[in-house]
Design a protein around this ligand. Structure first.
Ligand SMILES: *Cc1c(COP(=O)(O)O)cnc(C)c1O
Length: 495
């Protein structure tokens, strides 16, 4: 095993809080006299709005600021620094050409209040992206307003509610499988529904009879992820959709796992009525640092009247925002959504073309199955059905060593690899959910498989090593709950 990506190599700078570098009177800027005249500037601020005491800011020169943040930036693992097999998150490479597109002046400097006549290019991009997404997933209309997947879920469930309300009864419950992402039941609850859990079958997929048993006229719909979070295709989806529809319900698809089926099959053709996309997952836009994202929602015609306002229309090559939508659930985001994320996704779709998107999905599935084949004789594999884009192992084979999934994840950091998603989905005890994505080479996957095997072997001979990991990172193992319970939001020199 080469350790060229090991956290022990390279320059890892120690970096204290920037306040420790503060020197009274030192400044990192110079302003023209008119602005720099502090007395006049202060006088221009109404008395009541002036600070009583000076702001507690570090006093530092510009190189110090640049170095501080540059050093901190390399403490974080990113998709540009190493392998990032974070299951369900589709941490694929973000092509640089997307960044070039989004920095074009006409996009990057566009003001959201600019009139329609001045923004036709941007409007065309939004329109065409919506049309492409509709085509990819098999829907007729798409809104690009939602800011993330979870936001898309909320919008989708609100659409379901608006639809039922228009029929006279919003209904009370939504069925959600036990493999669902936590945001699914939360979206139901926040839209006024009770989330009712459906147990998945012994093979990790939903069985039609389980849905049939729970389905009645009080159920507004089913919220299903396909492929599901075990990385398994819900093979009974068409039959299940029929069962839901027969009782007047609708089917929502959490589209976070679209990366495994693009160009191969379409949720809109499987009986799905409404679905969100995660542009920051499937369509290669950067994420992992907390945003911004984009969670467009696709629907068939029967839900289209309820989509958020405004919707973009095209007539004779002219694009217009349509605000005249009496049945709409209203606006869900300021302006038109996270436009910069849309530009990147649009550039990606244009670069890839239909054939490229299909190949991406096929390679994503191949890579996940390669990792699965490489590790299934070492790690416990709870479900034997072939994987789609991700594979879920467990720590069962390490039971006697005392080493757990958490320790394996921490030890991976010492090898320069971002840990997979752990302890999710909840149906697998000690889950290790690996999603390599299509953008990783065979060499990277081989190296990861070797590292995972080495960690397992080491756990059997020297379990204390994994228990103490990570030891090669700048920050060691943290108290899991302290940061959440006692957040330290201000620099305190004595803390
Ligand atoms: C990521 C994810 C979500 C939530 O999407 P965000 O864009 O993070 O809000 C929902 N469901 C599944 C299965 C996901 O992987």
């Amino acid at each position: 095993m080469t350790n060229q990506s090991s956290g022990k190599n390279g320059l890892v700078h120690a970096e204290a809080p920037i306040f420790t570098r503060s020197v009274p009177g030192r400044i990192g800027y110079s302003l023209p006299k008119a602005f720099g005249d502090t007395e006049n500037a202060e006088a221009a601020i109404p008395e009541g709005l002036r600070r009583k005491e000076a702001a507690e800011l570090p006093e530092v020169d510009e190189p110090t600021v640049v170095r501080h943040y540059t050093r901190l930036s390399v403490w974080n693992h990113s998709i540009d620094s190493g392998f990032y097999p974070l299951g369900s998150c589709t941490m694929k490479y973000n092509p640089r050409v997307n960044e070039k597109a989004v920095r074009l002046e006409g996009f990057g400097l566009l003001h959201p209040y600019a009139p329609e006549a001045h923004t036709q290019g941007a409007m065309r991009l939004i329109y065409e992206l919506g049309r492409d997404l509709a085509e990819i997933a098999g829907f007729t209309q798409v809104t690009l307003q939602p800011a993330a997947g979870a936001h898309g879920e909320l919008v989708g469930i609100k659409l379901i509610r608006a639809y039922h309300k228009a029929q006279g009864n919003p209904r009370k419950k939504i069925l959600v499988p036990d493999t669902a992402h936590g945001t699914n039941p939360a979206s139901c609850k926040n839209s006024g529904y009770k989330a009712v859990e459906v147990k998945s079958g012994p093979d990790g997929v939903l069985l039609p009879e389980s849905v049939e048993k729970l389905m009645d006229e009080n159920v507004a719909g089913l919220m299903v992820t396909n492929p599901n979070t075990l990385g398994l295709f819900e093979e009974h989806i068409c039959e299940i959709a029929e069962i839901v529809h027969a009782k007047g319900g609708l089917v929502y698809c959490d589209g976070a796992n679209l990366n495994s089926i693009m160009g191969v099959s379409r949720p809109g053709d499987m009986g799905i009525d409404v679905m969100h996309f995660n542009l920051h997952k499937t369509f290669s836009t950067p994420h992992g640092g907390g945003g911004p994202g984009s969670g467009p929602v696709g629907v068939h015609d029967k839900l289209a009247p309820f989509l958020p306002t405004p919707i973009i229309n095209e007539k004779n090559g002219v694009y217009r925002w349509d605000y005249d939508r009496p049945q709409s659930i209203g606006r869900v985001k300021s302006f038109y959504g996270n436009f910069a994320v849309m530009v990147r996704a649009y550039a990606y779709i244009r670069e890839m073309g239909a054939a490229g998107l299909k190949q991406a999905s096929q390679m994503a599935v191949l890579n996940a199955n390669y990792v699965r084949a490489g590790l299934e004789s070492t790690y416990d594999l709870p479900y034997k059905t072939p994987s789609m884009h991700e594979v879920v192992f467990s720590d069962k084979h390490l039971e006697e060593t005392g080493v757990t999934t958490l320790d394996v994840a921490k030890r991976l950091l010492d090898h320069g690899v971002h840990p997979p998603t752990v302890y999710f989905p909840l149906v697998v005890h000690g889950a290790i959910m690996i999603e390599p994505t299509e953008t990783e080479s065979k060499e990277t996957l081989d190296s990861f498989i070797d590292i995972m095997k080495a960690i397992s072997d080491e756990a059997k001979t020297n379990p204390e090593v994994a228990k103490a990991a990570p030891t090669r990172t700048v920050v060691g193992r943290l108290d899991e709950t302290k940061a959440a319970r006692e957040p330290m939001l201000r620099y305190k020199p004595d803390a």
